[in-house]
Design a protein around this ligand. Structure first.
Ligand code: 5GP
Length: 120
């Protein structure tokens, strides 16, 4: 079941600066900010500026420029945060069974400790 995009979801409001966040990165395609409830010493969320519910929505409807820009932004966030050498983990939850809580696409970036096996 795919949900319609809610323009007042919490990340849309963070994008519009209606709700404060600790931004660590922004460009034409994406912004990144610290997760409010970090699950690792470094836990950053990267979101596209466009109104996409999920990875599914974005991959189906996003323009090639938006998709390329977003992928590059995720990489840039990790590089800027010094995560590349020690290593890091990316995660995107999609839909109900995927555990997605906020209906604006976000990629979690985790780092800062040795992350355990996390499958599924
Ligand atoms: P999901 O479960 O949808 O993949 O992840 C949602 C994430 O958003 C959670 O890790 C949660 O801690 C984070 N989050 C929820 N509300 C806020 C908020 O208002 N500000 C920030 N910075 N993060 C939030």
């Amino acid at each position: 079941a795919t949900l319609p995009y809610d323009p007042d979801n919490i990340f849309a409001r963070i994008l519009r600066d209606e709700i404060p966040s600790k931004r660590v990165y922004e460009d034409d395609f994406a912004i990144a900010f610290h997760d409010i409830n970090p699950q690792a010493p470094q836990h950053i969320l990267v979101i596209p500026r466009g109104a996409y519910v999920s990875w599914d929505d974005f991959s189906a409807r996003g323009s090639d420029a938006e998709i390329a820009g977003f992928v590059r932004a995720v990489g840039a966030v990790a590089r800027q945060a010094g995560m590349v050498e020690p290593g890091y983990r990316l995660l995107a939850n999609v839909g109900v069974d995927g555990g997605q809580e906020v209906p604006h696409l976000h990629v979690h970036v985790f780092a800062g400790r040795r992350l355990g096996a996390m499958l599924p």
